[in-house]
Write a protein of this length. Structure first.
Length: 395
């Protein structure tokens, strides 16, 4: 999604996720059913007041109350997705009378925005959908504290499904929460995920009620104990990395030899903590993504009408990117290495290119996504375009 809305979380990115919640999510996806589809489009966040549109692409736009359509067009001048957004703004303006007639935004103050995805056939992201449309995800409000973010606002008198239907009267196709229905998957996949994660839990005697943060904490503490760091110091250092405490790392590392001090710095300096946490969660993350890749293999987006054509197109894009990157490996070796790392990751899932970005699932506590192989595949398919400026031309 991106834009002013930033990104939705994978369950492993929320460290308050319990292992019980993680297994419950896997079971829910494994048993099949109807799920909300996550779209591979561009975000357009807007509001409407007195016949005028206001748009936001970032937090600064929110704080300023938004930009007019004219200013937004200027802002996007030269943007890689300028054509896509220009057509989207044209379509948005076509909806003006329908929005005004609905009186939808009269129920809200000026701080409430529509969070919408732009689907454009002429300028697709990785996936090329067969339908031009807008997908309204939710209403939101920009909030500054405790850190800048958008907060979902519940609709009042008119539901978003009803509002989307009204907007379709303008001749522009608008949807809210499109869904995809899938059958159950083989139980072996969810059993593999469960058994793999439980093996990691058992290393630190963790139960279903424990969180990923507990796992991170215990893993860091154990790493220091192996290096003969004092047990109390190991605990305090683990608290620093997980955010449970804030202790003076300089005092904690005093008295240890240089090798141990370097190891403490490697794991615990503020500049290294994200890397430390990602390294610890890496195996669980990869297992979740592998499970997701299996779950999403063969699932067709609700906006794709020809699955074979969509799959063939992605196969061709992968081949195109391999050729471009290999031809220019001497020019940009770092990009070459990063590309093949992502390609190997996608190949390791042993699935066909997925023709759906994924699913969105809402629990009582949070909204999470299941995207499987999409992240690795998206990076593979976008390297020639975004790193070398070479566009794939369909045969």
């Amino acid at each position: 999604m991106g834009g002013a809305q930033k990104s939705m979380l994978h369950p492993y990115e929320d460290h308050d996720t319990t292992f019980g919640e993680l297994f419950s999510l896997a079971k829910t996806f494994a048993k099949g059913g109807t799920f909300n589809e996550k779209m591979d489009g561009c975000n357009l966040t807007w509001r409407f007041r007195d016949g005028t549109f206001f748009l936001a692409r970032n937090y600064a736009h929110f704080r300023a109350g938004g930009q007019s359509i004219e200013d937004y067009r200027k802002y996007l001048k030269g943007h890689p997705a300028e054509g896509q957004f220009t057509r989207a703004l044209d379509r948005l303006e076509r909806m003006r009378n329908a929005i005004k007639a609905s009186g939808f935004f009269e129920d809200y103050d000026d701080g409430v925005w529509a969070n919408m995805e732009v689907i454009d056939k002429k300028a697709p992201q990785m996936l090329r959908y067969d339908i031009d449309c807008f997908v309204i995800h939710n209403l939101c409000r920009f909030v500054e504290n405790p850190k800048p973010h958008t907060q979902i606002v519940k609709p009042t008198s008119i539901s978003l499904n009803r509002f989307s239907s009204i907007l379709c009267l303008s001749g522009v196709r608008v949807m809210h929460a499109p869904t995809v229905t899938i059958p159950p998957m083989e139980r072996t996949h969810v059993y593999h995920f469960r058994d793999y994660v439980m093996a990691h839990m058992k290393e630190y005697d963790l139960g279903l009620e424990n969180t990923l943060e507990d796992y991170i904490y215990e893993s860091i503490k154990d790493s220091f104990l192996v290096e003969n760091v004092d047990a109390e110091h190991a605990q305090l250092l683990a608290e620093n990395v997980t955010g449970r405490g804030k202790h003076d790392i300089r005092k904690l590392r005093e008295g240890y030899d240089k090798g141990t001090q370097d190891y403490i710095n490697k794991l615990c300096l503020s500049s290294n903590r994200i890397k430390t946490i990602n390294g610890i969660l890496g195996p669980i993350k990869n297992c979740w993504l592998c499970f997701g890749a299996r779950r999403l293999e063969g699932v067709v987006s609700s906006l794709i009408t020809d699955a074979d054509r969509a799959t063939t197109r992605l196969d061709d894009i992968i081949d195109f990117n391999i050729e471009v990157v290999n031809d220019r490996r001497e020019e940009k070796p770092t990009i070459y290495r990063g590309f093949h790392e992502q390609l190997e990751k996608f190949v390791s899932y042993d699935v066909e290119p997925q023709i759906i970005e994924g699913f969105v699932y809402e629990t009582d506590r949070y909204i999470v996504k299941l995207t499987g192989a999409f992240q690795a595949l998206n990076r593979v398919c976008g390297t020639a375009r975004y790193q070398f400026g070479e566009l794939f031309e369909p045969k």
